[in-house]
Write a protein that binds this ligand. Structure first.
Ligand code: PLP
Ligand code: COI
Length: 343
């Protein structure tokens, strides 16, 4: 086992730190090269690169953890490989082969083993695969050449205050059009959310909840996470929409709820005017893990989730959180293939 870096692991926030190695592969002359680990964290490209002019970029996010017995693992990288493949096709980019994606994740995490936070610190190593058009483009069309990269950075909780329930607001902006790009992980979806998140933060909210743009009556998701609700019977209700990102965390929670905890799961359209009846609301994602929501502010009207209103996460979300993170950290045996050993 390598010696860990000298970092105050317990006080990390969700920020970027330059780690030792990153993985790079280039797509030129119509093919991906063999890829390599490199030390240089800087990228040199044309002033007219496709990513700079027309935002041709997609990305992923997953985490590596140190388990109780001191091994390093990551969680369901095959699903990130698949989603990045789908994202690339939607933006007319040459998809990176899925088996190579998983292999590259393993290589870059192993090369940065000293940066993987120790077991029990509450922190993890965030893995950021991304790919972008690198050759010059001036008419609106896809680039010819692309770069695929993965960097890693040790992170703590996404929301300040860790597991303390947060307040969020109903956004007046739309996140994703019905037949737009909301279901893929493209940088452009996040660029357009920056104005809304800056406004929300200024008003004291941790995040925005976006509604469906066509009717503005249904829950979609927040800027960086899917949502889950717990009803009065302790069952899970999950908003369905074609324009939200298919979250790996949310899909895993569905299995954990059903197969590990015997909780009934319903995926359906969820209306803003019905959520006052729910007991708990959670935001779920790689960065958010499961973050409890205390209240949604709908233009001054407060929708409070009573079981998250006592300063901590409600009981059903707590069970889901403990089981999911128990699997990720190797304390609970996960379904076949979920936890992938690295070193
Ligand atoms: N929705 C959005 C918009 C996100 O940015 C993320 C983060 O990746 C998620 C949902 C959660 O997805 P996952 O659980 O795969 O990280
Ligand atoms: C993730 O959870 O991996 C994300 O990409 C969300 C992002 C807002 C940090």
């Amino acid at each position: 086992m390598v010696k860990k870096k000298d970092i105050d692991w317990g006080n990390l926030d969700f920020a970027y730190h330059v780690t030792d190695k990153r993985y790079v592969s280039n797509f030129t002359d119509g093919a991906w090269d063999g890829g390599a680990l490199i030390s240089d964290d800087k990228i040199v490209m044309s002033e007219d690169a496709g990513v700079l002019q027309y935002s041709q970029s997609v990305f992923e996010g997953l985490k590596a953890y140190t388990t109780e017995d001191g091994h390093v693992v990551c969680f369901r990288p095959d699903l990130n490989a698949q989603r990045m493949y789908d994202s690339a096709l939607r933006l007319e980019m040459p998809p990176f082969p899925q088996d190579r994606f998983v292999d590259a994740v393993k290589q870059v995490v192993a090369a940065n083993e000293a940066w993987v936070p120790p077991y029990g610190s509450g922190a993890s190593l965030y893995i950021r695969p991304y790919m972008f058009g690198i050759s010059p483009v001036i008419g609106v069309k896809p680039a010819e050449d692309y770069q695929f990269r993965i960097f890693t950075t040790p992170v703590g909780p996404y929301f300040k205050g860790g597991a303390k329930p947060i307040d969020i607001k109903v956004s007046d902006y739309d996140r994703a059009a019905p037949r737009g790009t909301g279901n893929i992980k493209a940088g452009l979806n996040y660029a357009m959310s920056l104005h809304a998140i800056v406004e929300a933060h200024k008003e004291g909210f941790a995040e925005n909840i976006y509604l469906d743009p066509a009717t503005r009556t249904k829950i979609e998701e927040t800027g960086g996470a899917n949502t889950i609700f717990v009803d009065a019977d302790g069952n899970l209700v999950i908003p369905r929409s074609d324009s939200i990102l298919p979250s790996v965390t949310r899909r895993s929670i569905e299995v954990v709820a059903r197969d590990y905890l015997g909780i009934q799961v319903t995926e359906r359209e969820v209306y803003l005017d019905e959520i006052g009846a729910f007991r708990e609301m959670g935001l779920c994602g790689t960065a958010a893990v499961i973050s409890p929501v205390r209240c949604i502010n709908d233009h001054g009207k407060e929708i409070v989730f009573e079981d998250n209103n006592r300063g901590e996460m409600g009981p059903v979300l707590t069970k889901l959180y403990d089981t999911l993170t128990g699997i990720q950290l190797g304390r609970i045996e996960g379904p076949e293939g979920w936890v992938v050993p690295i070193c």
